[in-house]
Design a binder for this molecule. Structure first.
Ligand code: ASP
Length: 321
């Protein structure tokens, strides 16, 4: 049986990343490790779904990115993490929101998809599924970070109701207006096409620094921060979550391709530089279509991202190329 060349793409957040930042190497290492983790699954003939999960788990384990171990703090100095997976071959999806103490939230999202009849579980109910299915937990010490706490203090000092996106934090007022322009968003995501022609996507995040407890962004919302459909594409987003929710970014890209016949690139450019920007949203996404085209648009200065094609080497980028 003939197989299709696989491809996987990942992101580690977007934003106004300073080009003179002294040490970019660890970010490249983190992105390339994730690409290798996903590619190992695909190389062995595994599914796009398993590959994106493996890639996102790798990024969750890296403290540089705002997901899993590196998750940012809420206004209560706690962690509330969101994650999702979607299988483009079946349109099945699993997601969790507001979970704490889960080492790899993306694994729990996959568990919700595989072992419950639901798509999205929140808080304690999601954690109960983790306990029932032996999903690995981690104590507060694992998620503790002096740097992240300092980040929380800096954002708190900017006033009540101000939140910020990782990595260097674009602070926003309660109505979502940015009050600083040096923001970077640290959510992680992955999309893949496997050798059998199936597409999948996965996303994981700690959300916003100083967010209100209970706030949920786009990352675990099917059609907003994530979408996958073998007929068109797989999409994983990062950026100002409230805007990505309002623009239904993931599904809009799919719909433009399905109903208007747009290419992956045309659809992604129209959404990221069109509607999303018009309503004040900033960020980007990684996407792949059923032919293996990859598109990684962003309307910020940079986006941590990378791609690995069968037979090639992992490539990672931060700024425009
Ligand atoms: N989109 C994420 C959220 O709003 C944040 C990010 O991309 O860093 O929760």
């Amino acid at each position: 049986m003939s197989t299709i060349p696989f491809v996987i793409a990942v992101h580690g957040g977007a934003g106004t990343i300073s080009p003179d930042k002294p040490n970019e190497a660890p970010y490249h290492e983190g992105l390339q490790a994730a690409l290798r983790a996903g590619a190992a699954v695909l190389e062995a003939g595994g599914s796009a779904l398993d590959a994106v999960q493996a890639a996102v788990q790798s990024l969750e384990d890296c403290p540089l990115f705002n997901a899993g171990r590196g998750a940012v703090y809420t206004a209560d100095a706690t962690h509330e993490m969101d994650a999702s997976v979607m299988d483009g071959s079946t349109l099945r999806a699993g997601a969790v929101a507001g979970v704490n103490g889960i080492r790899n939230p993306v694994t729990l999202a996959r568990t919700v998809m595989d072992h419950t009849s639901h798509v999205l579980l929140i808080g304690e109910g999601a954690i109960r599924v983790a306990r029932e299915h032996g999903v690995e937990m981690a104590d507060a010490e694992y998620f503790h970070s002096e740097e992240r706490l300092a980040q929380l203090e800096r954002v708190r000092a900017q006033g009540a109701g101000v939140t910020a996106l990782d990595h260097s934090a674009q602070a926003m007022t309660d109505n979502g207006a940015p009050i600083r322009e040096d923001g970077k968003f640290g959510t992680v995501g992955a999309v893949a096409l496997d050798q059998h022609g199936n597409l999948a996507a996965a996303v994981s995040t700690g959300g916003l620094t100083n967010k209100r407890p209970g706030r949920v962004g786009d990352s675990p919302i099917v059609g907003a921060g994530i979408y996958a459909n073998n007929a068109t594409c797989a999409v994983a987003c990062t950026g100002t979550g409230e805007h990505f929710l309002r623009a239904c970014v993931g599904h809009d890209i799919h719909a433009r391709m399905a109903y208007r016949g747009e290419s992956l690139e045309e659809a992604g450019e129209a959404v990221v530089h069109g509607l999303l920007k018009e309503i004040g949203g900033s960020g980007g996404l990684v996407s792949v279509d059923a032919k293996g085209n990859v598109h990684m648009p962003f309307n910020t200065v940079g986006m941590y991202r990378g791609v690995f094609r069968q037979g090639g080497q992992p490539q990672s980028y931060i700024f425009r190329i």
